[in-house]
Design a binder for this molecule. Structure first.
Ligand code: HAM
Length: 377
């Protein structure tokens, strides 16, 4: 609550909080940056060589209204860089993300970037924003009237057309930046340009978490609808001190893994290993217990080699075995006919290409081995 901010939607409306059977008050993590900052303080990372670079991958939980690209349980891949206040850190992070996403084959992604200034810039600005909005209070939604007191900057996030019109003429934060804040942002923009990272300054980008200072950014993709941010991140220079640690500048990001996968380029999908199982069938009527045991042993051997396998113990005919295999999602089948069983062999058929060949059973695992996922250099 302290890290993400009392005034934020995440804390105000979206936390899964409950008391467990031991009477402990728990909250499923809605994001991970505040927790990483706490871990930094709690586990003495102050004494590590800086900057400290950390990452996490895992589920997060927010009680939001589900829609395309927005679920109540979702997954993030995040990284945090703690202990570097320079614009180089901001640029390095964005460069890394840009390179990573390009390697996955993305081309039309957009980096939206803004600065939310430092605490002083924001204090000055919030004052002026409230001055502008207070007399126009009746044009604001109930939520935003509440925000006017708790967290006026969040009102800038509004999606309602009437409020957007009202905000068109509102003062902008960029006019209230301290020299330090402006200097930092200009440096970031200059370097991004010098590294040819396409980016666009978006002055309405404020992000929904209170800990941000200076640079904030999102990477958005067409094809996701309204929830189009694949990555969100920014600098949070005050958070670690806020949680009881030393003053430490930090910056990080989180990729929404579910959204990333949703819009993953087809070229990269093609390069992924096939996850379809291999179907193994004993083609003998009636199949003996010993023959079925051999099929079971073969499936086990393949699984040990990391290959998903399903076995048909019904002794179907080749045609109905193939139909069954397709319904299991298999794209390759292994026939164990009388002759193969007697000779320690197997017939491997690729259902997509129709290719078929006879192999020694020991050769099967390597013939079926999944290709490792290829991220092209
Ligand atoms: P965030 O913008 O709240 O930032 O989330 C980062 C990304 O997680 C979003 O861009 C989106 O892709 C994904 N995401 C968020 N909510 C949902 C949802 N309900 N369903 C599906 N995907 C979702 C943070 O969480 C910050 N902790 C990022 C950060 C790290 N800032 C500094 N360090």
């Amino acid at each position: 609550v302290r890290g993400v901010g009392e005034g934020s939607d995440i804390v105000g409306k979206e936390m899964y909080s409950f008391t467990d059977k031991g009477g402990r008050h728990l909250t499923l993590r809605p994001e991970n940056t505040a927790a990483v900052a706490r871990a930094y303080v709690e586990h003495g990372m102050q004494s590590w060589p800086h900057p400290v670079r950390l990452f996490y991958v895992g589920p997060q939980f927010r009680y939001e209204r589900p829609q395309k690209g927005r679920s109540r349980q979702f997954h993030q891949i995040g990284a945090e860089l703690i202990g570097d206040a320079s614009a180089f850190a901001d640029v390095e992070l964005i460069l890394m993300l840009h390179a990573f996403l390009s390697r996955l084959g993305f081309s039309g992604l957009q980096v939206l970037i803004n600065t939310v200034g430092d605490a002083e810039s924001r204090r000055r600005y919030a004052e002026r924003l409230v001055e502008y909005l207070a007399p126009r209070k009746d044009q604001l939604s109930e939520d935003n009237r509440r925000r006017l007191e708790a967290n006026p900057l969040r009102i800038l996030d509004s999606k309602s057309p009437e409020e957007r019109t009202l905000l068109l003429h509102a003062p902008v934060l960029q006019d209230f930046l301290t020299d330090e804040s402006k200097g930092h942002f200009d440096e970031v923009l200059g370097q991004l340009s010098s590294f040819s990272v396409p980016h666009q300054v978006s002055s309405s980008l404020v992000r929904g978490l209170d800990y941000y200072t200076h640079t904030v950014f999102e990477i958005v993709s067409q094809g996701l609808g309204a929830q189009n941010a694949i990555v969100g991140g920014g600098r949070y220079d005050g958070l670690i001190a806020e949680l009881g640690g030393p003053p430490r500048s930090a910056i990080g990001f989180a990729i929404g893994e579910d959204r990333l996968i949703e819009v993953l380029p087809e070229s990269f999908r093609q390069s992924l290993p096939k996850l379809a199982p291999v179907a193994i069938g004993v083609i003998a009527k009636p199949a003996t217990g010993e023959q079925l045991r051999q099929a079971l042993a073969l499936a086990e051997e393949l699984r040990q080699a990391g290959i998903a396998a399903v076995v048909d113990f019904q002794g179907r005919s080749p045609g109905s075995f193939i139909k069954w295999a397709e319904r299991q999602g298999a794209t390759r089948v292994v026939f164990l006919g009388e002759e193969e069983l007697a000779r320690g062999e197997a017939t491997l058929k690729d259902l997509e290409t129709g290719d078929q060949r006879r192999l020694q059973r020991e050769e099967l695992a390597s013939a079926l081995a999944p290709r490792s996922p290829a991220i092209p250099p």
